[in-house]
Design a binder for this molecule. Structure first.
Ligand code: PBG
Length: 325
């Protein structure tokens, strides 16, 4: 055969494949989400998220040590309070479980890991919505912004480096940025969940945080059918002062990452969410796919699409595999 082009030459050995590989996951790209349960005496395993736990402070501390040893980039803290109310008071109480957890993480590993705090009310409201409700029971955007400002100050005071603005309220980045700056927290950054879709793939997470939500979040999270709308949301958040923008869910919405990465000058993060994780875990448990290969393929796909940062429950395992190689 008279073939001039033989792309297979660059696939012939592991060494040459490594040489020409275009995208690689690095441990420092990874954010590990963790859950801390108020009042728990033992860590609680999550049925739909194999290997993920609701932590006590003791088990959290072990997780933090592993995160430091394996050299991942950041930790993202979620907390589950005992008490919930209509305005999510626990989110702003300085001794509320989230603020307490941030302080705990800051003291132990604050100099080694970036600390991201989830800035959203849904874990703390008895109705389970990401904001406060008006007299008609609808999510009140602007009243919610005031609560986000209060929450931002509490999280910053507790020691968070980045606030994960995940509520999808209009104007949330600007409101939080202004509150932080007025209080002198100019160094605290905002990781904006700029393009967050109303997704069925958050199902297992709702178990993890013991969500009280009835109904759905379609009046604030995006319609999975829309792509252009994400560009608008991302542009708005960057104009409002977002330091990093997130696309979520991660692997279902690679098109959004790929398109926006052509325009956006801030780092893009992508969150491989609980339901995406569950699909892999249960398929692997059934013997249908090779678990490690599937996980690495997903993580690499997120990078290939253009995300710098990957938020994943598999962060420690991925980092350990990378270390072995
Ligand atoms: C809301 C929040 C959600 C997730 C992260 N932050 C759930 C939601 O919007 O209902 C989902 C993460 C996952 O599924 O892994 N604060």
């Amino acid at each position: 055969m008279d073939l001039v082009q033989r792309p297979r030459r660059l696939r012939a050995s592991a060494a040459i494949r490594e040489l020409v590989t275009e995208n690689r996951v690095h441990p420092k790209d990874l954010i590990l989400p963790v859950f801390v349960k108020e009042g728990a005496t033992n860590p609680v395993p999550l049925a739909a998220m194999p290997g993920v736990w609701q932590h006590t402070f003791t088990s959290l501390e072990q997780e933090l040590q592993r995160a430091v040893e394996l050299g991942i980039g950041a930790i993202m803290v979620f907390a589950i309070p005992v008490e919930k109310d209509a305005i999510g008071s626990g989110a702003t109480a300085p001794d509320g479980i989230l603020n307490q957890s941030i302080r705990f993480v800051k003291e132990r590993v604050g100099h080694k890991l970036v600390i991201v705090a989830d800035l959203c009310l849904d874990e703390f409201t008895d109705h389970g919505h990401c904001g406060v409700l008006d007299a008609l029971g609808q999510v009140d955007n602007d009243a919610t912004l005031v609560r986000y400002q209060e929450m931002a100050l509490a999280l910053a005071a507790a020691g968070a480096d980045l606030l994960g603005a995940s509520g999808m309220m209009d104007g949330q980045v600007a409101a939080v940025r202004a509150a932080l700056d007025d209080a002198g927290f100019t160094e605290v950054g905002i990781l904006a969940y700029a393009a967050k879709y109303a997704s069925a793939f958050y199902g297992p997470f709702r178990e993890a945080v013991e969500s009280s939500l009835q109904g759905d979040r379609k009046s604030y999270q995006q319609d999975p059918a829309n792509a252009k709308e994400s560009l608008r949301e991302i542009a708005l958040d960057i104009n409002e002062g977002a330091d990093i923008v997130m696309v979520k869910p991660g692997t279902m919405y690679l098109d959004i990452v790929a398109t926006s990465s052509q325009y956006v000058e801030v780092p893009i993060a992508s969150y491989i969410v609980s339901g995406e994780m569950a699909m892999v875990e249960f398929a692997a448990a059934a013997g249908a796919i090779d678990r490690q290969r599937a996980i690495m393929e997903l993580a690499t796909s997120v990078k290939r699409a253009g995300a710098k940062i990957i938020c994943t429950y598999w962060a420690l395992e991925i980092a350990a595999w990378l270390k072995e190689n």
